[in-house]
Design a protein around this ligand. Structure first.
Ligand code: KG4
Ligand code: ZN
Length: 340
């Protein structure tokens, strides 16, 4: 029998410091996440310099806790994996330097992981039987992509946002209607009490055959609507605004990902990233997918937001392909999907 591969993974690309131990890319022995949300909340968004400092403060504890919960000693680890992009450069560097130090000291291979590819791989943990090819919709606070996952570690980007990310639009609209940060979960919740057809917000449609997205238009339309109501003394129903905004966003995400399935002749969709927790996105995709015989998969919420287990999963497939990083690996804040 083949020996198990145990990977210690580290993630620090934004405002979560996380470490995990993952076996064979699918089995999570531990997944420790230290979130900084409380700290950034008072600023209404992530402050990069504060994020870096907080990562430094907790990273040692988070890694030790991950090993402790996994009940293994550091010497039993086969490789050290770390997110090296995309993300905030200062934040990335904390995890990267720590991982390089560990790999060097332990004489174990270092594996550099793309954060977005990590989000996609969260589905391999949740769905043990899932294998490529499938279409993945990655929707997070910083990114919006439709990716054709052709094989393990082999990606083709089909569509992406030309301005704001889906989660970013949720956060900005939430702030405008006074719901606070992070806004995604709050819009999700309040929308359940609102009428999604109350206000007609625009959906961006590109005239070429592109499956790209644009969310700044719908965000501006919400801001204009709120301004107009303020100037005319009209009453704003927050739940209706949230539900109508959400309908526009979920509609375009659903349409484009279903079109991708049709073009690529694929009947499996996986969703990933923080916005993949959104209940309306899940319900709409499942319902519309069913009509076309398309299976829709998503990870549990803890694997949707930033975590190191997903990085450990993506790293395993890189490890199998022999993609070992040099110890001078640098952080790449704008790392592209599939770039090595
Ligand atoms: O993947 P993630 O943790 O961080 C990035 O890599 O960006 O995603 C965070 C984003 C935030 O914009 C947050 O508002 C959004 O995911 N989010 C949601 C929901 N839960 C988190 N958006 C809509 N509905 C939700 N339930
Ligand atoms: Zn993320």
């Amino acid at each position: 029998m083949q020996k198990e591969v145990k990977i210690l993974a580290i993630e620090s690309s934004c405002d979560e410091t996380s470490a995990a131990v993952v076996v064979d890319g699918r089995y999570v022995l531990s997944n420790i996440i230290s979130s900084q949300i409380d700290i950034h909340q008072k600023f209404g968004g992530v402050v990069p310099e504060v994020a870096s400092r907080k990562h430094i403060e907790v990273i040692n504890f988070v890694v030790e806790e991950a090993l402790k919960q996994a009940k293994i000693s550091i010497k039993e680890i086969d490789a050290v994996a770390v997110t090296y992009g995309p993300g905030l450069v200062g934040a990335l560097l904390v995890g990267l330097q720590y991982a390089k130090g560990l790999a060097y000291g332990l004489k174990k291979p270092l594996i550099g992981v793309n954060h977005i590819e990590g989000h996609i791989s969260a589905n391999f943990i949740e769905h043990k039987e899932l294998e490529p090819p499938f279409v993945c919709l990655v929707v997070s606070g910083g990114h919006t992509f439709i990716v054709h996952v052709k094989d393990y570690g082999s990606y083709e980007v089909i569509g992406q946002t030309r301005d704001d990310a889906a989660g970013e639009a949720y956060d900005k609209v939430a702030r405008a209607i006074g719901l606070g940060y992070p806004g995604g979960p709050k819009i999700d919740k309040i929308s359940k009490e609102g009428n999604p057809d109350a206000i007609k917000f625009p959906r961006a449609n590109f005239h070429d055959d592109s499956l790209d997205f644009s969310f700044s238009g719908v965000k501006s339309a919400v801001l204009n609507y709120l301004n107009k109501m303020e100037m005319t003394g009209g009453e704003v129903n927050k739940a209706d605004v949230a539900a109508s905004f959400q309908k526009a966003v979920v509609g375009v995400l659903t349409d484009n990902v279903l079109k991708t399935c049709q073009i690529k002749n694929i009947n499996k969709i996986a969703i990933a990233g923080g916005v993949a927790s959104n209940s309306s996105l899940r319900e709409t995709l499942i319902k519309e997918g069913q009509k076309k015989g398309i299976e829709v998969l998503f990870p549990s919420p803890i694997l949707c937001t930033d975590n190191a287990a997903m990085i450990g999963s993506a790293a395993y497939f890189e490890y199998l392909r022999g993609n070992i990083a040099p110890l001078n690996l640098n952080a790449k804040p704008n790392l592209k999907i599939g770039e090595r």
